[in-house]
Design a protein around this ligand. Structure first.
Ligand code: AMP
Ligand code: MG
Length: 326
């Protein structure tokens, strides 16, 4: 079991500096620290230290072709890892700190292993006081994918991190459950292309910088961003989406021969085990991964009610489509 340190994001005097200093030392010494962001928990290492970043890939069992997001305190530090443009500045002014990752032309100081050999680098400033304090105290940009074994459901609390990574991580900062609950929106600059959907919507980005092309599905030449992989973010249990309202009947039909769990947001049912999520997109996204983690251990099959077709549900729908693929 790794060392887990609780750190309050809303302490009277801000984030506890002793704890942050200890975690920052681990980063500077080349170790791995799991830390909270507003999206999901990240598994962080010094982005300028190739050996440290290599440990992230080993700990996750992550394929070397899957590049990492570099976490920074803001635009100034982002400009040290990527080519900063007026467009990047506009986006950062509007959305940072926040769940929007920008893919920029890279600078040479970033370790090759971070970008998986690409000539671009992904960068964002997370909207979480603990994450920002850690990056500032470390004094280096922090490369961090989600703090889970590769391909599995992302962690939205420290317990998920410990369950997935065990002592493959040196230190876990625990600040309770995350707010957004799904991974960041990923936007490539140059010709603007949306590589992954998230809490920051396409409409909000377009209102800021004009038309954005959707590139969230892998093309014939293979994925240019692994968030485009068709199956991803999936639990071990079989996950089946059913029409909204059909969840209870479906789970009862399976119950004789299957340990089946139910995730609803509209229908009511007495089925056990069951998680009822809020019926608004933000609340649903916030609770989705915890629901999958909770039911995954206890069930062979998880039945989840489909979400509505509206644009405000696009990011959640994207995760469910990838998680329900065979
Ligand atoms: P994760 O941090 O595990 O949620 O995954 C990071 C996401 O950022 C993945 O979907 C990557 O494909 C994407 N990403 C990171 N770096 C780049 C890059 N240079 N170009 C395109 N996508 C990237
Ligand atoms: Mg991930």
């Amino acid at each position: 079991v790794p060392t887990v340190l609780r750190v309050s994001p809303v302490a009277p005097n801000g984030v506890d500096s002793e704890t942050i200093a200890q975690a920052a030392r681990v980063i500077r010494d080349g170790g791995l620290v799991a830390f909270p962001t507003e999206t999901v928990y990240g598994l962080g290492a010094n982005a300028l230290d190739a050996d440290a970043v290599g440990r992230i890939f080993v700990a996750k069992g992550r394929p070397a072709i899957n590049p990492l997001i570099v976490h920074v305190t803001g635009a100034e530090q982002a400009a040290t890892v990527g080519h900063w443009t007026p467009e990047a500045q506009r986006l950062a002014e509007q959305f940072w700190p926040g769940p929007l990752t920008l893919v920029l032309e890279r600078r040479p100081q970033v370790a090759d292993v971070v970008t998986a050999g690409l000539d671009t680098v992904a960068v964002r400033a997370p909207d979480h006081p603990v994450a920002l304090a850690l990056i500032a105290a470390a004094g280096v940009p922090v490369a961090a994918p989600s703090a889970n074994r590769s391909g599995a459901v992302s962690p939205t609390c420290a317990e998920h991190v410990v369950a997935s990574l065990g002592d493959r991580v040196d230190l876990v900062l625990d600040a309770g459950p995350t707010q957004v609950g799904i991974e960041s929106t990923v936007l490539a600059l140059g010709p603007l292309r949306l590589l992954r959907l998230g809490h920051v919507s396409r409409a909000a980005i377009q209102a800021c910088v004009g038309p954005v092309v959707m590139a969230t599905q892998a093309s014939d030449e293979g994925p240019t961003s692994p968030g485009q992989l068709l199956r991803h973010y999936a639990p071990h249990a079989r996950l089946i989406a059913v029409a909204c309202g059909d969840g209870p009947a479906m789970v009862e039909a399976l119950a004789d021969r299957d340990r089946a769990g139910l995730i609803t947001h509209r229908a009511t049912s007495a089925h056990d085990p069951q998680v009822r999520l809020p019926s608004d997109p933000e609340g649903f996204a916030r609770g989705l991964y915890a629901a999958l983690h909770q039911l995954d251990g206890a069930c062979d099959t998880i039945i989840i009610e489909s979400v509505p077709a509206g644009e405000e549900w696009a990011a959640v729908r994207d995760r469910l489509e990838r998680a329900t693929r065979d």
